[in-house]
Design a protein around this ligand. Structure first.
Ligand code: HEC
Length: 189
């Protein structure tokens, strides 16, 4: 008795697996229609906002964050910490390099409004905003700037061969100082 129940359960599982496999193969291609949360009653349905249902630019940005959170960075960036602090000299140099190498796309104040990027998709990140987000830790910024966006199919260049690591840290210090080359005292409320 127990054996036959077991056999029955096994064959049911097998059939389900085959059915799921078959339906995965024959699933229709995703449409351009907005996805709707069909589990809700009609008056509560809303368009879903998720990786498959957001504009491509937003998806690319999410992919960078997602990759960092779930897979981490290559060995050479793991645990990397800034080596330049936020002394005035570091900020001044960071400001210079930022103006030469980054401002054309990301804008002088990191507002994503440089001259170059009008046609880029995704558009250059709003660095002034993202630098204040919790994700903007040393490891994340170094990895993003050094490796660029090739793996995410974006136009963010890789700087690992054209900037010294120390220069990247200086740019980061400059951005963290609020896109200013003047050190700021921490704000205490
Ligand atoms: C050719 C234009 C271009 C230049 C030059 C450029 N970037 Fe970018 N950058 C982009 C684009 C487009 C994105 C958004 C797509 C992505 O995240 O890959 C981006 C994304 C980023 C991100 C990730 C932001 C986030 O939301 O997590 C950082 C950090 C960054 N850039 C820093 C820099 C720095 C620092 C420089 C200069 C050393 C620089 N970029 C130069 C186009 C550019």
């Amino acid at each position: 008795m127990q054996r036959s129940t077991h056999a029955l359960v096994c064959s049911l599982l097998l059939l389900t697996a085959i059915a799921v496999g078959a339906s995965a193969q024959t699933a229709p291609p995703p449409t351009k229609e907005p996805s709707v949360d069909y589990w809700q009653p009609p008056w509560m349905q809303r368009e879903l906002w998720g990786p498959g249902t957001m504009p491509p630019g937003m998806r690319a940005r999410l992919l960078r964050h997602y990759t960092f959170m779930h897979y981490g960075v290559q060995k050479e960036y793991q645990g990397a910490k800034s080596t330049v602090g936020n002394a005035k000299e570091a900020l001044e140099e960071g400001a210079k390099i930022y103006a030469q190498r980054c401002a054309g796309c990301h804008g002088n104040q990191g507002l994503g409004d440089g001259d170059a990027p009008r046609s880029l998709l995704p558009s250059p990140a709003l660095l002034a905003f993202m630098i204040q987000r919790p994700i903007a830790v040393d490891e994340y910024l170094l990895w993003s700037i050094a490796e660029g966006g090739k793996q995410f199919d974006t136009q963010m260049p890789a700087f690992k061969d054209t900037l010294k690591r120390e220069d990247i840290w200086k740019i980061i210090a400059y951005m963290r100082a609020g896109f200013s080359d003047q050190p700021k005292a921490p704000q205490v409320k």
